[in-house]
Design a protein around this ligand. Sequence first.
Ligand code: UD1
Ligand code: CA
Length: 454
Amino acid sequence: MQRTCLAIVLAAGEGTRMRSRHPKVMHRLAGRPMLAHVLDAVAASGATACAVVVGPQQPAVEAEARRAVPSPEIFVQSERRGTAHAVLAARAAIARGVDDVLIVFGDTPLVLPQTLARLRAALTDGAAVAVLGFRPKDPTGYGRLLLEGDRLLAIREERDADAAERAITLCNGGLMALAGAQALAILDRIENHNAKREFYLTDAVAIARDMGFAAVAPECAEDEVRGINTRGQLAEAEAVMQQRLRAAALEAGVTMVAPETVFLSADTVLGQDVVIEPHVVFGPGVVVEDEAVIHAFCHIERAHIGRGVSLGPFARLRPGAKLGTGVKIGNFVEVKAASIEAGAKANHLAYIGDARVGEGANIGAGTIICNYDGANKHHTDIGRKAFIGSNSALVAPVAIGDGAYVGSGSVITDDVPPGALALGRGRQVNKEGLGEALRRRHAALKQARDGVKE
Ligand code: UD1
Ligand code: CA
């Protein structure tokens, strides 16, 4: 039978070194709060129940936890008195009884599900405690793992360690699995006799040993257990996350000529044979269908890009942009909350907001949809195969019928019937000879002015 597992995610604490008004675990990596990444990994590792320990007055953290997993149990740690104290905030969940208790830190967002599963698997050999060990390039600040053969004796926090212990390179990644049957007995024995007067979760190791149980320390790569305490560490973790996302996209059949310049979100969906040129940024909520080409320097968020679309260079898709099959959106075009239907084109310099652009329509250079009157947004509907001449302003709400033609430079304030030609501009007049006369007049004025100066 499958072993049951309660995952406890510690997300209390403001993270003072982030110098932020927002809780630490709400800072984003690849467009998602780090807490969501951790909860995803926990869910994918096969945990059967999830408890999240939050600080007092952290409604945003609680809401994010509820968004990320189906039914998390939320516990509040009202005072920050150490990692073991935080785990015991979820005492009621532990007391219910499970095979494994998995403890994960909310500030360790790069951990992979298979590593969490491996940590739990280390308990099946009879150990009561399993700790994830790693060998950091710089061990400063991490707890050190004291080993005897492959048995873990204790974890020493850096500020409580002597010189010989500090020289140990194997460190505590912070993640721990406890045998459910012993978990509370071990946790309840932890005291706060240390440099920080905190209840350290790490003391669980020595206590388990004193109680006659074994402790083990499987190892993992440093990247997976990078703890984020500062904005610098957040940026380093972002780089690792981006490398993973790019590698997965390449593996899935996406071409990127300079992947290191492409920024993806955790939820970016890219179809087969999509081509992404350098310097493209994908915000959250983007789907790109097969064969689309994203040219250089595009910024895209909450948008759907259809099959075979050509986008950019220098295009911006804002939330609600939906591009149908074969659509062409060229340089310096911005699209927001608009559906551009199959084969339509807006090749240069345009704003298309709150609109529908029908199949095969052509939006000329410099077309602006005036969707906002200073108070409200209005809709514009452009029919199939309509042609909007360059430098037109379409003042919403307005509808351009199928196959209609709007003359260049028009300001369109009334609906245009299907097939009609609309001209909304002053009529051109030519005055014979007046150009020459005007030039002479300007020259004379210039001479008179320069003469006065001398
Ligand atoms: C901890 C470990 C250390 C390990 C390191 C790995 C302990 C005592 N030390 O140190 O051995 O090498 O992680 O990154 O466990 N938290 C609460 N309530 C508290 C205290 C902490 O919820 O009262 C949460 C924090 O929000 C954080 C996590 O627990 O998500 C770890 O706490 P932190 O203070 O960052 O521990 P470190 O000093 O990094
Ligand atoms: Ca930390």
